[in-house]
Design a protein around this ligand. Structure first.
Ligand code: UT7
Length: 332
């Protein structure tokens, strides 16, 4: 099967750092609760810069490190659930900033699993279009735009950021497994703001009769316990399915880069997989949960710090709203 080579990585973290003590001035919480229940110490938040700007900064860094001509990028895929506009896409705005004049552009919405879905999609394009040289795969999220800062059980979790990779076709190992369970949509969602038109007889706001509390704003609503239960099965399940698709044992994987949602979820997944935590790259303490940007931000850190080396077998594994889940395994 045609694989991919990740030529380079880039990332962008907004300058505004919000500590747990800062959060405790906004809601009834404490540094101790947040650290022990989630592993988060600080998260970055947009100081006003839009999602597309963060994505463009990360993409520029990846392009510089790859040392390629942006005109050779044939496709830009951005994973996001926090586009600044319903249209145009974040990808089109990134294209404008980086001068990738020959790129097709679209965004992909698979929530926190989005980067895994996007990388798999990029590989499929590269496998079927010989004219495509480079794909820019980006994830950019401003969760602070949709965070409910009156809900202490969710607002302490999220942060903003972006990351990008430049990929090309390669014979190196690549395997993916992606899935979803739409019946869990009610456990984690944010509405889009929309018009109520004058001919609308009823206002359809209800996602689920049992759990919907009539909230009509566009902020994130989460049933933390249900998502937690899903996550602790989704992470090991998706990783095992991708390993089977790659013809590998879980022990063959050198480094796991999981979605950074909660350190306890990652630890439980590691235990269920029978893998030492040493093999899991974790940066949740410094970024919180940045949705689909969390895996590529962590990967960029792992690459630049030397925690990940060329030739190693890497597993990206994520889960999120939808509910969605997925994993890719590749040789770096
Ligand atoms: O990418 C999106 C994916 N989302 C996730 O992965 C989230 C998955 N879920 C979780 O990570 C956890 O369920 C949470 C971190 C959201 C919550 O942790 P928990 O251990 O499940 O806490 P809980 O909901 O059982 O709440 C325990 C207690 C409650 O108080 P009582 O009822 O025992 O008195 C909550 O009211 O903790 C209270 N609580 C808080 N206390 C201080 C909830 N949030 C906070 C808070 N600070 N921020």
């Amino acid at each position: 099967m045609t694989g991919i080579n990740i030529i380079s990585t880039g990332s962008y973290a907004p300058a505004v750092a919000v500590t747990n003590d800062d959060m405790s001035k906004v809601v009834d919480t404490s540094d101790e609760w947040i650290k022990t229940r989630t592993g988060i110490s600080v998260r970055r938040m947009s100081g006003g810069e839009p999602t597309w700007h963060m994505g463009a900064c990360a993409s520029k860094q990846a392009i510089e490190r790859a040392n390629i001509d942006p005109a050779d990028i044939g496709l830009i895929i951005t994973s996001t659930i926090t586009n600044d506009f319903s249209t145009p896409s974040v990808s089109c705005l990134i294209q404008r900033e980086i001068g990738a004049v020959n790129a097709a552009c679209f965004d992909l919405g698979a929530a926190c699993s989005g980067f895994v879905y996007a990388l798999d999609t990029a590989r499929r394009y590269l496998a079927t279009d010989d004219n495509l040289k480079y794909v820019l795969v980006c994830a950019a999220e401003s969760l602070s735009h949709i965070t409910n800062f009156e809900d202490r059980s969710s607002c302490v979790l999220f942060g903003d950021g972006a990351a990008a990779v430049i990929v090309e076709r390669s014979d190196k190992l690549f395997a993916a497994w992606t899935g979803a369970d739409g019946t869990g949509a009610k456990f984690l969602y944010a509405r889009t703001a929309h018009n109520i038109h004058p001919f609308m007889p009823n206002v359809p706001t209800v996602i689920d009769d049992e759990t919907d509390s009539g909230i009509t704003h566009n902020m994130l609503v989460q049933n933390g316990k249900e998502v937690y239960k899903f996550a602790t099965k989704a992470l090991p399940g998706a990783a095992k399915n991708a390993a089977a698709a790659a013809g590998l044992d879980i022990d063959d994987i050198d480094i796991f880069v999981p979605h950074q949602a909660n350190i306890r979820i990652i630890e439980t997944a590691a235990k269920n997989l029978g893998v030492s935590m040493d093999k899991f790259y974790v940066n949740i303490d410094r970024h919180g949960n940045t949705s689909s940007a969390s895996i590529p931000i962590a990967f960029d850190e792992a690459v630049t710090s030397g925690a990940v080396k060329r030739g190693q077998k890497i597993c990206f594994v994520g889960f999120g709203a939808g509910l969605t889940l997925g994993a890719v395994i590749f040789e770096y």
